[in-house]
Ligand binder design. Sequence first.
Ligand code: NAG
Ligand code: NAG
Ligand code: NAG
Ligand code: NAG
Length: 516
Amino acid sequence: MSLGEETMLLLFVVVVSFSLASSVGQTEPVEDSWYVAAVYEHNVILSPEPRGPSSRAAALRHMQSNLDIYEQQAARAALQGAQILVFPEDGLHGFNFSRSSISGYLETIPDPQQESWNPCTEPGKHNNTEVLQRLSCMARRHGLYLVANMADLQPCPLNTAPSSCPSDGRWQFNTNVVFRSDGQLVARYHKQNLYFEEAFDTPPQPEIITFDTPFAGRFGLIICFDILFHTPTVTLLQKRVRQLIFPTAWMNQLPLLDAIQFQRAFSLGANITLLAANIRSDRLIMTGSGIYTPTSATYHHAQKGDPEEGRLLVARVPVLDPLWVGQSVPMEEGAVWEECHKESCSAPPETVSSALPSSATFVSSMMYDSFTFVLLNETEGVLNVCDGTFCCHLQYQRLPPGDSTELYALGAFAGTHTVNGRYALQVCALVRCAGLEVSSCGQEVEEATSKMDFLLEGTFGTRYVYPSVLVNKLVLEQPERLETAADGRVTMKHSTMTDGLVTAVLYGRMYHLDNE
Ligand SMILES: *[C@@H]1O[C@H](CO)[C@@H](O)[C@H](O)[C@H]1NC(C)=O
Ligand SMILES: *[C@@H]1O[C@H](CO)[C@@H](O)[C@H](O)[C@H]1NC(C)=O
Ligand SMILES: *[C@@H]1O[C@H](CO)[C@@H](O)[C@H](O)[C@H]1NC(C)=O
Ligand SMILES: *[C@@H]1O[C@H](CO)[C@@H](O)[C@H](O)[C@H]1NC(C)=O
């Protein structure tokens, strides 16, 4: 027997002010305009010696080998009608350079807001721009918008104080470049949130960069780790940008931050389209790319033992830009992404959930944070678990057949994550434990056989809550129902799972507490 509709209705007592993604998967988007997007997961050819000195000639030879693959994929994408194609972060140069060893890979990328330049048709205008020229000609030859990531060198003034100019008189930036379908360079974005990248500098001012297309209106640019932070990602959302481009080199980490899991979660939670292109590398645990809209996901996640190769994804997706010609702009839409006012959404939850007695809890580390857990030790039940005043609530029913010895736990965490990055969180997570010991709850596991109908709920001190459901062997499921109430309560209900549950998460980002 599955958790009946009547039961669900009785238990489902939330005041719904708006729904995060109503009727997910059932309705066609209201927009009647579409475009074709492509992302390429690239098995980057790495430099054999990233830390040794590299001449410009050797660096170019190396990058041309990756550009040859980009060229083939651009041709394939164009054949399938793609109007925009996204390549991953670090896809041309690779990883692990020092500030000096990357020098042969750098080109000085002119600011498209200051000058208009088509590197393909005006190659003589700037020296030392072979990579820009080749990318520009690729966009032009195949008649599509092309987004790639490369390394930018900008000279900076040493003797003006105060200055963020490094002592060698140059900034080196991890950079997205965008070419129009005629080859014109139309956007340049410097990564704000670096992740152990000693070759690169943080830009002196955060950059909020968008570009406009004739087929889908406006897109915003972010890179990898940026997706976890307010600047520039939420700043773009607040400017009503609803289509984000996301080149990444993302190391997978279950149970909370697998690449496709967070890509899906972010697109759903922010109600936007995300074009995500990741690197494919077994050694670096990188795979997982996709084209996500609030109602659809076209994605790829390599499995253990798969050949280490690239993957082109192409999908027809709705135009979401509200400012685009011909689209109406509902006035309420922006309101969802207003800053969280502390009075209205950090109030301690005094909900029915937290008043109920908790079962025996235990603490276990999940991705370096101490989660408070409670086990699901029945075939069905109602559980609550709190970390301080932040509480998570679960109604569940395990469905046969499934391995009844598989251990599941509900975890809550409220606090600041401080390992490999600092960010404040409130998380409710239903996880399959990796083994049969409670200490294995929170550890990585990719497989499961136990299907479950569930309702997961928390009252969050932020509007920014990213929901995900991941089943056996890294398959994404679209949550059946997602609702957010005015008091910050977020409810995710799911049933008729296609395979065993690996993890279901409500990942709340408390951006306003990051610097406290
Ligand atoms: C998501 O965006 C669509 C328009 O694309 C809008 O109709 C819907 O109300 C939005 N959902 C939320 C929860 O804001
Ligand atoms: C980067 O270089 C260091 C030192 O040579 C090495 O230990 C590490 O494994 C390298 N990492 C990658 C991702 O190549
Ligand atoms: C390019 O380099 C050559 C040789 O160093 C120099 O003569 C020329 O002025 C440079 N052109 C530009 C546009 O900087
Ligand atoms: C497991 O179930 C028993 C009752 O059958 C209960 O007393 C116990 O607290 C539960 N354990 C946990 C960790 O929830």
